[in-house]
Design a protein around this ligand. Structure first.
Ligand SMILES: [Fe+2]
Length: 287
């Protein structure tokens, strides 16, 4: 018997909560089809009180981009169950600080298509994760800005980009930063939607403009995309599973203190860009 999943919109334009999923692996075909459609339409799915292990988290994440049967290269940190964002766990990523809006690995020619976090150990009041949609931002972009960016590309880097309010910002230092140049109006590789594809944390410049022109145009785009009214704020609880389209959706977080409430999030992403050791980040505070 086919069951229709119960869902609830998180914002008018993106994000849905899925209610009552039984997390068996693999999920039945009808459930997978509904979830894939919802993921393509809404870009971000939230499941609460879901008891899943790392394997199930990665399987569901990859199923949503129709890659559940494609093996990742073995030995990459994010395929093994050892990739955590945490202010408690030794060796975890982003252990403290604030993160400006970004899409993970936006500096890669083929960034993560899907990214997910699972609330492994959460003590209230844990710092939330903030989200915006580059698809919604493009759809609502004023015509004069659409015309201005038509045909323009931006350079993204894993190296340092210092812009805007840097209070408490966590800076990741990379010896040999990867870079990628992408159209600002990027066509989504799976859905075909146009995505406003620049971010405050990783976009270094708009190609072919002077520094002043580039910064002014980026500032106008950021002001539109990061309008507080366009953001969704996810308040973490233990056993929350949040999975999003990393090309369409950007994320950020307010400042996390090392000695604040426990905030341990298990991360899964796909596909993983292959990096050399000197292209991996080390973390320090901006201020
Ligand atoms: Fe991130």
């Amino acid at each position: 018997m086919q069951t229709t999943l119960k869902t609830r919109d998180l914002t008018p334009s993106f994000g849905s909560e899925v209610i009552g999923l039984e997390p068996s692996t693999p999920l039945d075909d009808s459930t997978c089809a509904q979830l894939r459609q919802l993921f393509d339409d809404r870009g971000l799915l939230v499941f609460r009180d879901l008891d899943i292990d790392h394997h199930q988290q990665l399987w569901i994440s990859k199923m949503l981009i129709r890659q559940e049967h494609v093996p990742e290269k073995p030995g990459t940190a994010q395929v093994d169950d050892n990739f955590y964002v945490s202010n408690r766990r030794d060796g975890a990523a982003a252990p403290f600080g604030r993160l400006q809006f970004h899409a993970d690995t936006m500096w890669a020619d083929k960034p993560f298509e899907v990214l997910s976090l699972y609330g492994k150990l959460i003590e209230p009041p844990a710092i939330p994760t903030l989200f915006v949609s580059g698809v919604s931002a493009w759809q609502s972009l004023p015509a004069r800005l659409r015309e201005r960016v038509a045909g323009l590309s931006a350079l993204h880097t894993a190296g340092e980009v210092r812009r805007g309010d840097l209070t408490n910002v966590l800076v990741s230092t990379v010896q040999r930063p990867p870079t990628s140049t992408q159209p600002i109006a990027k066509l989504h590789p799976r859905t075909g939607a146009t995505v406003l594809y620049v971010c405050e944390q990783m976009t270094k410049e708009i190609v072919g403009l002077t520094h002043t022109e580039s910064e002014a145009l980026l500032e106008a785009l950021f002001e539109h995309m990061y309008d507080p009214a366009a953001q969704f704020q996810h308040e973490w609880r233990q056993n929350d599973f949040v999975v999003w389209d990393n090309v369409a959706i950007q994320h950020a977080r307010p400042n996390v203190n090392s000695d604040g409430p426990a905030r341990t999030l298990r991360k899964a992403a796909s596909p993983i860009p292959q990096l050399d050791r000197d292209q991996l980040p080390s973390f320090s505070s901006a201020t």
